[in-house]
Write a protein that binds this ligand. Structure first.
Ligand code: SF4
Length: 364
């Protein structure tokens, strides 16, 4: 259990013998200032002592290791949970913003072919507190490591796990991050592989959060190979759900597309993607594939990425090529595995060019 699993009503009960304002005082301090209750010097000492001895007010995340890449601008934290499970959180600093990529599950059941988390399997959902506490860590880390003028500005649910398979805890965490911590909904992005019931629930939140869909292929045969959940929620149904989402929320969706050499980076793939992006006015993010030990495919060469992006742009699709942050510490998209070996080190696993995959092997 994390300190951040307690809802405000539970704090009210816990502090029922204290003046009423204490609840808000502590609630604001732990969320807005990332301060633990017993460190809050404006509280009477006897209350701080009591809180420090209260069960269930412990941290839910124990920092095991912290590694950095990109001259310290990308940091990956490996946290141990109360039951020994390991999760990873990645903090990235850019000139104009600081973004944290947080996990929503320990492991993942979606089994996407190219993803180190999926290759591990699913262990459990993270609680609301365990999700929120990753953001609290990032707030604190951002102000300490990059100077007090810098603040955490963006949250992306693109770490370990499928957020829309853990809607109850993720939606509570979204509300807490938005309302209690104060990060604007437009600065928070939830990424999904296309869980249709979750997308509908997400639309019904009636908030300004962003939705990103990990698409990776725009025909069913190829997508089911890369993203197996596509067999359950095929493209036709997924696109209908996204159209409904777009109509009801007026929020533009973004498509994530890991560029895999010879697999989904042909001109025909670009045409398929254009056909489905235009009606949704979707923004496309191209991400050269980050290699993982469990799947020996390579990212597309940069010339192919540029040509693919150009085809999209010429057809009127807004497109960006994602910066590949944290590859040296296995912190980039698809590389989070929550194991000591995922902290980088075994270069052989990540650079075997003889392991280039042949599309025909996939489609057989
Ligand atoms: S890409 Fe996302 S949904 Fe797919 S296996 Fe990895 S963590 Fe799960």
């Amino acid at each position: 259990m994390s300190l951040y699993d307690l809802e405000i009503t539970q704090w009210q009960t816990l502090l029922s013998k204290e003046p009423k304002f204490r609840t808000n005082q502590i609630w604001e301090a732990i969320h807005k200032n990332a301060i633990r209750p017993e460190e809050l010097t404006s509280l009477p000492k006897r209350l701080r002592d009591t809180l420090s001895q209260t069960r269930d007010l412990d941290s839910g995340l124990q920092l095991q290791r912290l590694v950095a890449d990109d001259n310290g601008l990308t940091e990956k934290a490996l946290f141990r949970l109360h039951d020994g499970r390991i999760i990873e959180t990645v903090l990235m600093h850019y000139p104009e913003r600081s973004t944290v990529c947080i996990s929503s599950q320990a492991g993942c059941a979606m089994n996407c072919r190219f993803c180190a988390t999926g290759q591990q399997g699913f262990f459990r959902h993270l609680s609301t507190g365990e999700i929120v506490e990753q953001v609290i860590w990032a707030i604190s880390r951002t102000s300490h490591t990059r100077g007090t003028e810098r603040r955490l500005s963006n949250i992306v649910f693109m770490g370990m796990g499928e957020p829309l398979a853990n809607t109850r805890n993720v939606f509570r965490a979204l509300e807490r991050i938005n309302k209690a911590i104060g990060i604007g909904a437009r600065h928070i992005t939830v990424s999904t592989v296309g869980i249709i019931p979750g997308i509908r629930q997400f639309a019904s939140l009636d908030a300004q959060y962003n939705l990103a869909v990990s698409l990776h292929a725009a025909n069913d045969q190829k997508r089911s190979l890369l993203v197996p959940i596509n067999s359950q929620y095929p493209l036709e149904k997924l696109l209908a759900a996204l159209e409904e989402y777009f109509r009801s929320t007026k929020r533009r969706i973004s498509f994530e597309w890991a560029m895999i050499d010879g697999v989904n980076d042909t001109d025909q793939d670009a045409q398929d993607l254009i056909r489905i992006s235009i009606p949704l006015q979707a923004h496309v993010n191209l991400i050269p594939l980050n290699p993982t030990p469990g799947w020996p495919a390579l990212g597309s060469p940069s010339a192919r990425v540029r040509a693919f992006a150009q085809l999209l742009a010429q057809a009127g699709v807004t497109v960006s090529v994602r910066d590949n942050r944290g590859t040296g510490i296995a912190a980039a998209c698809g590389q989070l595995a929550g194991t000591a070996s995922s902290l980088g080190g075994d270069e052989r696993l990540y650079s075997d060019s003889s392991a280039k995959i042949d599309l025909r092997d996939l489609l057989d």
